[in-house]
Design a protein around this ligand. Structure first.
Ligand code: HEM
Length: 418
């Protein structure tokens, strides 16, 4: 999944953010954007692509000039039929977390942060290890029986969902259902689905929304759970949260807390298996799994882009942007900016400045789940290397890729015993 040496820059006029070429290997395009057109209007999506590390960081650190309001807008406009399906379920994405530039954001963010701060994550390590071990036990049985298995559905995808359910006290729904709802939401709002597919996805998102609304309003949340904390939350004016805002917060946390981490684990596993000599060292070498995860976050992050909108006319990277310009921050490209990272195309675990990557954003909206995501991915990698020391990527494996506007990862991690 790394780019070959560049002989020629790909012509930016052919750039298609959803096209197979870009999804399979975005790096040649990202390199060209940074070098030739660091702030460039993309006619396919109407978004301004911002690709240099310093410009991306400037935008993230100035939420007054670059607002987060468009973070969850559907990039492919929804047809009336799909909008009707959503409206019938009462669906409305009120500003809550990632899309909230109002005064209610800091309090809601504090609420979320309480559930995912470093101490709580450290205490969750035994839970992560237990679930990882259980899932890998099943994968091992499958390997014993058939000689191969796919670690994406059986492990990478399900581990973060199970952990999130335990940490937030979510019950009354199966992990498979939560994953289906979450993936449908990503595809509907960040994908380029055809109209018929949009209808199917809208039906799933509507189901998800109705379930969340019931969970938020039925008063049955167990004490100390995330839902109970939302119910007890007070806004700056002392009022409780309205239902739409509470559902909006849950919607984002439930999606962000599992799909993205599953995508990270899939990439981490695939790249580790492809790196000569690495797998056998991961089981016992202290800090190596953590360092590998960090390097993957820099070079191949699961959240490849994030959106902002200009509050007023503003200059960025030498380009005059009008007010209301929709920006697409190329987080993935910023992690390979040679102005910040030397030899960015090389995977160098333990590189000194790796934490300067922007895979989790920066500033007021920086991902509050970063510590959980890092820990889960490192535990997943180490446990897999210990439990399955003798696996390799299945021969002739060609993994299909998830290629949404902001999310990219392999959808299969097929492995076999040599
Ligand atoms: C590898 C996994 C993950 C990645 C790459 C990731 C990335 C991101 C990014 C890029 C943002 C936007 C940052 C910004 O606007 O500056 C974000 C926001 C957010 N993430 Fe994550 N995330 C991950 C996992 C998680 C997890 C595990 C959780 C929760 C358990 C979570 C919860 C959130 C929330 C609530 C926000 C919005 C914060 C706010 O607006 O204040 N994320 N994440």
């Amino acid at each position: 999944m790394t780019s070959p040496a560049l002989d020629a820059s790909p012509p930016l006029g052919l750039l298609d953010l959803f096209g197979d070429g870009f999804v399979r290997d975005p790096h040649p395009w990202l390199d060209t954007l940074r070098a030739q057109a660091p702030v460039r209007h993309d006619p396919g999506t109407g978004l301004w692509l911002v690709s240099r590390h310093q410009d991306v960081l400037r935008v993230l650190l100035d939420p007054d000039a670059f607002r987060p309001d468009n973070a969850q807008h559907a990039v492919t406009p929804l047809p009336v039929a799909a909008l009707r399906v959503l409206a019938r379920s009462g669906f409305r994405l009120a500003p809550a977390l990632a899309n909230n530039g109002t005064a209610s954001h800091p309090g809601l963010r504090r609420l979320v942060t309480r559930f995912f701060h470093a101490r709580r994550v450290a205490a969750a390590v035994p839970v992560i290890e237990r679930v990882a071990d259980e899932l890998l036990g099943t994968a091992q049985e499958q390997l014993d029986a058939s000689g191969g298995c796919d670690l994406f559905p059986s492990f990478a995808q399900i581990l973060p969902c199970r952990v999130l359910m335990e940490l937030l006290g979510i019950d009354g729904v199966s992990p498979a259902t939560l994953i289906r709802w979450s993936d449908a939401s990503l595809e509907l709002f960040w994908g380029r689905p055809a109209p018929q597919r949009q209808l199917e996805l809208a039906a799933l998102v509507a189901e998800f929304h109705q379930w969340l609304t019931r969970a938020v309003t039925d008063g049955a949340a167990s004490p100390g759970s995330f839902l109970a904390s939302l119910a007890a939350h007070r806004l700056p004016d002392g009022e409780p949260l309205d239902v739409h805002t509470a559902v909006g917060a849950c919607f984002f946390v439930f999606i962000a807390g599992q799909s993205t981490t599953g995508q990270l684990i899939a990439t981490v596993l695939r790249l580790a298996l492809a790196e000569p000599g690495l797998w056998s060292r991961l089981a016992d070498e202290p800090g190596l799994a953590e360092a590998w995860v960090e390097e993957v976050l820099r070079r191949e992050p699961p959240v490849t882009t994030w959106r902002r909108v200009t509050a007023r006319p503003v200059e960025l990277g030498g380009v005059e942007l009008p007010g209301g310009a929709q920006l697409l921050l190329m987080l993935m490209g910023s992690g390979s900016d040679p102005e910040v990272f030397s030899a960015p195309e090389d995977m160098c675990p333990h590189r000194a400045d790796v934490r300067r990557h922007l895979a989790f954003g920066a500033g007021r909206h920086r991902c509050p789940g970063a510590s959980l995501a890092r820990t889960e991915a490192a535990v997943a990698l180490r446990t897999a290397a210990r439990r399955l020391p003798d696996i390799r990527t299945a021969a002739a494996e060609y993994a299909p890729m998830l290629g949404l506007l902001s999310f990219r990862a392999p959808l299969r991690v097929a492995v076999e015993r040599p």
